[in-house]
Design a protein around this ligand. Structure first.
Ligand SMILES: *Cc1c(COP(=O)(O)O)cnc(C)c1O
Length: 392
């Protein structure tokens, strides 16, 4: 076990409770403890990952699998990384119970790149696509689709600041696909029932991927930026039914054509090696927890606890329609807005970070992704119950 970076790094501070300092013992780095208060990270994205994933990832940066090399400096064509890519793709297939028609890709560019890549591959100039408008991310997907073909917005909750998921809509028969955003990260709404359609179904699952059991084979294309529930920013998961590809007439740039990525086993060019590795660690963790069904149960429990505390309090109100509430992003405001800063400070003093709401909704947003422990939700729930308004 050889480390080559012994004395190169400057002294730095690090949150003691996030790392097992033993990992760094042989690197002679001067880590200083700056905080003994446990951190409870409710960030919306990038967001919390399992502690063991952070530890394993940190190890891999120094010495990957006892190779004496950092994961950051190995060739992506080596068997060392090929194994990572193969296992990550296989675990996605297993955890989502995908059939043989569905292929798994790890691509660059974030979910926003998929806003363009999806219509580029699936929609010809004169053809129509159907989009549901349920939030900012949906609207951004719609904007990009319009560059490639026609877009029929089949429903929208924009008029009510996206507080609900529309149910009453029809999809034109000739629409090449229906696009939904399965969980609306900013507004805290979620499709609790996936619409049935004879058209191809495409979903942006960035903020609820691997959080609940769905019939994933019912989708022809699923995409998700990793940084909400799967890994670090910098990689996308794309699950695609091979049979829907190759139908458009346009020339597709090489790197944008899903078929090329499938042919090359998600190694058409240099993949985001570290990001894929951290995704693999998270997927292994998820499997060890009992898979998607087990984590869904815990996610239900966490969301139910927090929503109950909000509903029981006269000081707080949920912003989303109850039947459409997200189990990943819980949005709430205070009846008396002038108390919001005091509540934020109160939670902060207990180690809670990342609950300030998105500016488009205001108030608070607590993101309860897979890796967030029940104990963090317990604490926030307790603080909601015990907060007493200042100078009231
Ligand atoms: C965060 C998010 C995106 C944007 O992801 P990027 O990786 O930043 O492009 C898109 N859709 C949803 C639902 C999101 O939550």
């Amino acid at each position: 076990m050889a480390f080559r970076h012994n004395n190169d790094w400057p002294a730095r501070t690090i949150k003691a409770d996030w790392f097992d300092l033993g990992i760094f013992a042989s690197t002679k780095i001067n880590y200083q403890l700056i905080s003994m208060t446990a951190i409870h990270n409710f960030n919306a994205g990038p967001s919390i990952l399992p502690k063991t994933v952070f530890e394993e990832a940190a190890k891999a940066v120094l010495n990957f699998n006892d190779t004496g090399l950092s994961i950051l400096e190995i060739g992506h064509r080596t068997h060392i990384f090929q194994d990572v890519m193969d296992e990550a793709r296989a675990l996605v297939k297993e955890l989502m119970q995908l059939d043989e028609e569905h292929d798994v890709l790890f691509l660059h560019g974030g979910a926003s790149t998929q806003f363009m890549q999806v219509p580029m591959n699936l929609l010809d100039d004169k053809e129509t696509s159907a989009y549901t408008d349920t939030g900012v991310w949906s609207a951004k997907a719609i904007k990009e689709a319009r560059l490639f073909g026609k877009v029929d917005i089949v429903c929208s909750s924009k008029e009510s600041n996206y507080t609900f998921i529309p149910t009453d809509f029809a999809v034109p028969n000739d629409a090449k696909y229906l696009h939904i955003t399965s969980n609306n990260t900013i507004y805290g709404t979620q499709w609790q029932k996936i619409p049935k359609t004879s058209n191809s179904l495409v979903a942006d699952m960035s903020s609820d991927i691997f959080s609940r059991v769905l019939d994933f084979n019912a989708f022809d294309l699923i995409y998700a930026g990793a940084q909400k529930n799967m890994g670090p920013a910098g990689v996308n998961l794309v699950v695609v039914n091979k049979n829907i590809l190759g139908k458009v007439k346009r020339q597709i740039p090489t790197i944008m054509d899903y078929r090329n990525h499938i042919r090359e086993g998600s190694m058409l060019n240099t993949p985001p090696v570290f990001a894929v590795y951290v995704c693999l660690l998270t997927l292994r963790w998820l499997k060890a927890q009992g898979g998607v069904a087990a984590i869904e149960k815990l996610n239900h429990e966490k969301a139910a606890l927090l929503y109950a505390a909000i509903d029981d309090s006269i000081l707080f109100n949920g912003t989303a329609k109850k039947s459409d509430r997200s189990k990943m992003n819980v949005c709430f405001v205070m009846t008396d807005k002038s108390q919001e800063e005091a509540f934020l400070q109160f939670t902060k003093s207990h180690g809670i970070v990342g609950i300030k709401g998105h500016r488009l909704v205001g108030g608070f947003r607590a993101s309860l992704y897979n890796a967030l422990p029940l104990s963090s939700v317990d604490l926030l729930t307790e603080l909601i119950k015990t907060f007493t308004p200042t100078n009231a």
